[in-house]
Design a binder for this molecule. Structure first.
Ligand code: SAM
Ligand code: SF4
Length: 360
């Protein structure tokens, strides 16, 4: 397959956060990181996806990609360099605590590697909540990072979570005030969804509070000029995340690394790599599993993913005999130019709405 979007999974972290269900593991030896890098490069070559046309997006996610080390990151980028041009969006996820005291150096290294979209996991600026979720960074250091980043020609994206243990509306408003002060080009604001085993699960927001928070986030950010373009994503001007847009629009992408997923839109095949670092390094080339999508799967995915895009939605014709009028009558969905879109009122119930409209 020929792809325009590549995801690179770096599963290393300093420590495992208790609420995190992503495939990430506490730090490994330098030997493992080097071997992992070699395996990733081997996988990239074996997949034969690079063409003479430049890639549209590359996304280094994790885990904490910086934990791989800048030399290793550089090696991977150098293998992709011939497929990068000035329009390629190249993102990396960063933990604020990894940058403390070395902002200038790291920012210079990252810009040398052509990263032009830096996504920082702020989560919340509230120290009490950060300590409850076992994250810690210094807010003044975060401000230094942001100011170092601003000197580079990159897009700044900040990740926040809401509905966190013990978080009040006032705490949320403080995070929104922080955003107003910084005005990053892009914001992801995720509803906190820890796994069931999470110890503080009883202290997380109820459905009612989380819905109220969702409404506050959307209206406050819209008031200061952000476009709420996807359920959890906001941008200024046209700075939406092109990489994630490719996922939502069901375009082909290649996922490299342990546990990474790929999608071939021509053959309608979703495939995934083994979620185990050792097994991946032993054989980085064979996919671990795959699923051929049926016509029904395809329609269901279009519904589920398309409704996430607030201004785009899905074609009304996709729903055939489904009773979506109830959602229009209750102002959860709106119909515009033959497209159905979720309303602000429908947002907290989006999963329910999507699953009601899908065919099983
Ligand atoms: C894959 S994580 C990697 C980013 C980086 N390691 C960090 O933690 O800052 C990307 C984002 O997912 C979000 N996230 C992680 N766990 C989450 C959870 N249980 N519920 C909601 N969002 C979560 C966080 O906002 C995080 O910044
Ligand atoms: S640092 Fe990020 S990816 Fe790593 S465990 Fe914590 S939330 Fe997950």
């Amino acid at each position: 397959m020929s792809v325009k979007h590549i995801y690179v999974h770096i599963p290393f972290c300093k420590k495992k956060c208790p609420y995190c269900d992503f495939f990430s593991l506490p730090i490994y030896s330098n030997y493992t990181k080097t071997k992992y890098t070699t395996s990733l490069i081997k996988e990239l070559k074996a997949r034969k996806v690079l063409s003479s046309k430049p890639l549209k997006t590359i996304y280094f996610g994790g885990g904490s990609p910086l934990m791989l080390g800048t030399d290793n990151l550089n090696q991977i980028i150098s293998k992709l360099r011939s497929s990068i041009d000035k329009r390629t969006e190249i993102s990396i996820e960063l933990n604020p605590e990894h940058l403390e005291g070395k902002q200038q150096k790291i920012m210079a290294l990252l810009s040398g590697m052509h990263f032009n979209r830096l996504s920082i996991g702020v989560q919340t600026t509230n120290e009490r909540i950060l300590s409850m979720i076992e994250r810690s960074y210094d807010i003044n250091e975060l401000l230094k990072t942001i100011s170092a980043l601003r000197k580079r020609d990159s897009i700044l994206s900040l990740d926040f979570m809401f509905g966190l243990p013990g978080q009040t509306i006032k705490d949320l408003m403080d995070d929104i005030d922080f955003i107003k002060q910084i005005l990053p080009q892009h914001i992801s604001f995720y509803l906190f969804t820890p796994p069931e085993r999470y110890q503080l699960i009883d202290q997380c927001a109820s459905y009612k509070l989380a819905s109220k928070m969702m409404g506050i986030i959307s209206s406050s950010l819209k008031t200061i000029g952000y476009k709420h373009y996807e359920v959890s994503n906001f941008c200024l001007d046209k700075n939406l995340c092109k990489h994630n847009m490719a996922y939502w629009a069901r375009q082909s992408y290649l996922g490299l690394g342990a546990g990474a997923h790929s999608f071939d839109s021509t053959k309608n095949i979703r495939s995934w790599n083994v979620q185990d670092i050792k097994a991946y390094m032993n054989d980085p080339v064979s996919s671990f599993g795959y699923e051929k999508l049926t016509k029904r799967d395809k329609i269901n995915e279009n519904i589920f993913l398309g409704l996430r895009l607030l201004d785009k939605g899905i074609k009304e014709s996709l729903l055939e005999n489904k009773d979506y009028r109830t959602f229009i009558n209750s102002n959860m969905l709106r119909l515009y130019n033959g497209h159905l879109m979720v309303t602000e009122k429908g947002l907290p119930l989006l999963n329910y709405i999507s699953s009601s409209l899908m065919t099983y």
